[in-house]
Design a protein around this ligand. Structure first.
Ligand SMILES: Cc1ncc(COP(=O)(O)O)c(C=O)c1O
Length: 462
């Protein structure tokens, strides 16, 4: 079989095939908002369609393309591994590559993290953190935050702060407690009975790009330690340089007991997850000879994922990507921030490195307020679609709404963005936001269509 011929021959059928055999609702969503493009090539932060149009990808596969797509160094490394005939997944063996990647990663993480467990995804890393925390503390309760997103397997879903994801899948894990993010008093109260195994938190929440107050994470770590609970930093999205430092906890000098990574670690080529732990936690889990394989997964530590991880760290270092993420991301925020005073829908522009949010809210003027109400009655958070859709259809910038029922548009682009890309984003956002303030106008025609569809869905007629 010639796979590229197959792809070329059947490219035009991608949506039909999905409609027939996979997720039809996803096809409907893409067609409704005009995101149903057929991309045929990708390079760095860019996607190209069959007509050769170039798109700037501010979504980066939900954050896996931290170093951009199809990075030649990672491709070369993976090619070498594929052609090497190295032994692979021997299982009754320990692989060199996983040892090398663990050594390289731990060197970049806070000092007390001395051991590494590899798995195949972010959600698997969270499952491991739940099990390890329970085992190391002899307690069962896990504390997590509202709006948290830690993955969608059953354990991780039990720590999801958005009912939209949880509804219909219960009963979930017992012994979990949800508290507000950035609320130390709530955390202190949740920990007070000294029965909590772990507090799991994203240093910057992906949903909504919520950045905590300066004292939150250091103080949360201290409270956990005082209560004998583990402090787990879920850096599946924020890790590996995205926020302008290697780990987001570095912004606050926090030393977690467990730190989770995934997404960007293998350059978007191979599923991977990583759980960095204090030695004592590892020693509690793998505490006897007969428990040497008490937790694991068949494909974890596979050669391709491990080699890709090593190549990605090389790329991050040699290309200065963390510094670039901090500089270009910071410039995007500072160039868009004045919109807060210029445009009444814009409530906030915030970010760290390449994790950026535009937050919108109720306007002051009567006509815009009426229009806003129309959209929000149809579906909370719908206004943001009026930003992301024209940003894509007019300016070819692919972005996302940052969570259900919130007015936040989020950018998590590759860390490789140039100053030309920054201008592309800033000009596009400014144009679309300015237009959203013209009512009636073309963007509000789109808004009316979206609202109509949302109301139909609510009424159950679609
Ligand atoms: C903070 C965080 N944790 C965990 C996950 C789950 O990762 P995965 O989709 O690889 O299972 C995600 C995914 O978006 C995430 O953002």
């Amino acid at each position: 079989m010639k796979i590229l011929d197959l792809i070329r021959d059947r490219q035009s059928q991608q949506f039909d095939l999905h409609d027939r055999y996979l997720n039809s609702q996803m096809v409907r969503v893409l067609k409704t908002i005009g995101f149903d493009k057929s991309y045929v090539r990708a390079e760095g932060p860019y996607l190209f369609d069959a007509q050769g149009e170039r798109y700037l990808d501010l979504l980066s596969g939900f954050g896996v393309f931290g170093i951009g797509r199809n990075h030649p160094s990672v491709i070369e490394t993976l090619g070498e591994i594929l052609h090497s005939e190295l032994p692979h997944l021997v299982q009754m063996d320990v692989s060199l590559l996983s040892g090398l990647l663990a050594e390289r990663l731990l060197d970049k993480l806070p000092g007390p993290l001395e051991k590494m467990f590899f798995c195949n995804s972010g959600t698997e890393a969270v499952e491991a953190a739940i099990k390890f925390s329970r085992c190391a503390t002899g307690r069962s309760k896990i504390v997590y935050c509202d709006h948290a997103f830690h993955g969608l397997t059953l354990g991780a879903l039990s720590l999801n702060g958005d009912h939209h994801f949880r509804d219909g899948f219960g009963p979930l894990l017992p012994d979990t407690v949800q508290i507000p993010f950035d609320d130390l008093a709530a955390l202190e109260q949740a920990l007070q009975d000294r029965d909590v195994a772990a507090f799991i938190v994203e240093p910057i929440q992906g949903h909504g790009v919520a950045i905590p107050s300066d004292d939150y994470l250091p103080e949360a770590a201290r409270l956990c330690r005082a209560a004998g609970s583990l402090f787990v930093a879920d850096e599946v999205q924020t890790g590996l340089g995205r926020t302008g430092l290697f780990s987001a906890v570095d912004h606050w000098g926090v030393e977690p007991d467990i730190l989770l990574m995934a997404k960007a670690l293998s350059g978007g080529f191979v599923p991977v997850g990583a759980v960095a732990c204090r030695r004592s936690i590892f020693d509690a889990v793998f505490n006897r000879l007969d428990r040497a394989v008490v937790h694991g997964s068949t494909f974890s530590k596979n050669n391709l994922a491990m080699a890709a991880g090593l190549a990605v760290i090389d790329v991050i270092e040699t290309e200065g990507l963390i510094e670039n993420a901090a500089r270009v991301g910071g410039d995007i925020v500072s160039e868009l921030a004045p919109m807060r005073d210029e445009w009444e829908f814009v409530k906030d522009v915030r970010g760290k490195g390449m994790m950026i949010a535009l937050e919108f809210g109720k306007p002051k003027s009567v006509s815009l307020r009426t229009a806003w109400k129309l959209l929000e009655t149809a579906n909370e958070g719908l206004f943001c679609q009026m930003i992301t859709v024209p940003l894509f259809t007019r300016h070819r910038c692919l972005s996302q709404v940052a969570g259900h029922g919130m007015q936040v548009v989020k950018f998590i682009p590759p860390m490789t963005l140039t100053d030309d890309d920054r201008r592309w984003i800033v000009d596009g956002v400014r144009d679309v936001v300015a237009d959203a303030h013209t009512f009636p106008g073309s963007i509000w025609d789109l808004g009316k269509t979206l609202a109509g569809q949302a109301l139909k869905m609510k009424a159950g007629s679609d």
